[in-house]
Write a protein that binds this ligand. Structure first.
Ligand code: PXP
Length: 248
């Protein structure tokens, strides 16, 4: 298949992490989102966690008011988050698993075990026009379940692939990449839009960006870290360049 344009969603959660370390007002994640827009982000991703450890309710209000590109609102499948999403009606909602004690989103959502509840959970979000995405492991059972519950999009968790690369375990990395490749094609064959993300860096982005079925990557932690050294605009521009190079 010929590859469509690959969108870059920039996740600004960790600008808020740095701000919250001092409990003040800077650095401002809304300002970061506006710079990311200018630098070529096709969307902004923000995860309002139950414990509000980084993004806050006020940040979501601010992003909804300030952004010219779509907001991808990441949230757990809870009643509280559903209410917030229904009030804001962001362009996209990505449902993620959430555990209080985790450092970051570990693993994908268990869709297969919770099909009924999740089908009812996402229906009102779809009705108000949100594009619903489900963050899952590259696993055929989970992809089939996401399709059955009526999700339009799946986002494949690239964490295991990226971790294996960082640990120098290249056999595992290559196996994880092959699974991501196969599951991207499988999800696309069911009519699902395929996104990917978590842990991607300059070193790991290109093999995933080359999958023709993947049309959006969501990248945050690495970009915000890299911005310390080269500034946010060049950090994003380099990611964009690598994505375009892989796609060509
Ligand atoms: N996609 C989803 C669904 C996520 O939960 C996250 C992390 O919040 C990302 C992408 C971005 O991951 P990272 O910050 O590691 O680039």
């Amino acid at each position: 298949m010929s590859a469509e344009y690959l969108r870059l969603g920039v996740n600004i959660d960790h600008v808020a992490t740095v701000r919250n370390a001092r409990g003040g007002v800077y650095p401002d994640p809304i300002r970061a989102a506006k710079i990311a827009e200018q630098a070529g982000a096709d969307g902004i991703t923000a995860h309002l966690r139950e414990d509000r450890r980084h993004i806050t309710d006020a940040d979501i209000d601010g992003l909804m008011a300030a952004l010219s590109v779509p907001l991808n609102f990441e949230m757990a499948a809870t009643d509280e988050m559903q209410k917030i999403a229904l009030r804001h009606k962001p362009h996209a909602v990505c449902i993620v698993p959430e555990k209080r004690e985790e450092r970051t989103t570990e693993g994908g959502l268990e869709v297969a075990r919770e099909e009924n509840r999740l089908a009812h959970f996402i229906a009102p979000l779809r009705e108000v026009g949100c594009r619903v995405s489900i963050f899952i492991a590259a696993d055929m059972k989970q992809i089939e379940a996401a399709h059955r519950i009526g999700a339009q999009v799946i986002e494949l968790h690239t964490g295991a692939y990226c971790d294996a690369h960082a640990e120098g375990d290249f056999a595992t990395r290559d196996r994880e990449l092959e699974t991501l490749r196969e599951m991207s094609a499988f999800a696309h064959s069911l009519g699902l839009e395929v996104h990917a993300g978590h842990g991607l860096t300059y070193d790991t982005v290109q093999p995933v960006a080359a999958f023709p079925e993947v049309v959006e990557l969501n990248i945050g932690h690495f970009l915000i870290g890299e911005a310390i050294f080269r500034g946010l605009t060049p950090a994003i521009a380099e990611m964009r360049r690598l994505m375009d190079e892989a796609r060509a």
